[in-house]
Design a protein around this ligand. Sequence first.
Ligand SMILES: C[S@@+](CC[C@H](N)C(=O)[O-])C[C@H]1O[C@@H](n2cnc3c(N)ncnc32)[C@H](O)[C@@H]1O
Length: 268
Amino acid sequence: MDAVYTHGHHESVLRSHRWRTAGNSAAYLLPHLKPHMKVLDVGSGPGTITADLAARVPDGHVTASEVTEDALELARAEVAARGLANVGFAVADVHALDYPDDTFCVAHAHQVLQHVGDPVRALREMGRVTKPGGLVAARDSDYSAFTWWPRVPALDEWMALYQRLARANGGEPDAGRRLLSWARAAGFEDVTATSSTWCFADPEDRAWWGGMWADRILRSALAEQAVATGAATEADLRRMSDGWREWAAAEDGWLSVLHGEILCRVTA
Ligand SMILES: C[S@@+](CC[C@H](N)C(=O)[O-])C[C@H]1O[C@@H](n2cnc3c(N)ncnc32)[C@H](O)[C@@H]1O
């Protein structure tokens, strides 16, 4: 349960997370939302998805939850900027949610289970606070299944480094392929498992994704951990950063991020 969140909340990380919308990150859930629903968004981060979900349940309510008050502040600012009145905020660890049984219609987690120490317990806990007939929804990327062109050796180094550090922190970077098995282990019987991708292939998208990772590998918590643990030198990180810029500048550059998704129906 004591996993460390690998990415931290540096600007280069938030730049990536703030790009996320309910449309590009929770499309598998959206057809199931009804205007009156009560939703828990676990690990809400900067809250762009949280705010989108809130707009889709105008007669209902969304609770944004995060592990620290500082992290929760990010979602508070996003929700305030959008003028949404139906969002509440709570500091909560997904392994032990401070809510009675059967509180929410939907418990949602986007890119969270890959970072937690016990994803099966987390899913069981999300199920406990969800009403019978409600849904537990989770989506996670699967790092080993990221694929790109052209081949840039420094990006293979980046991938190996990321996997090593995420696992050292107690996470599972290949969570996407594991979600269904975790849901089964958590006791869910009615599970719909799907996948979807993000694709970055035009010059603007490549510049954004490649530029974001070029900064992130030099400046975020990941970079600090890499150097502090001796997993990489600053020169290694600069080479990986340059690799991201090389990929972004390639006219035929293309990258796809595979995600696993689960929708678990809660039974009485
Ligand atoms: C990759 S971010 C995803 C943020 C947001 N859901 C999104 O997709 O934009 C993962 C978030 O999960 C939070 N987190 C990490 N461990 C957690 C835990 N045990 N319980 C709840 N949230 C956690 C982190 O603080 C971080 O903000």
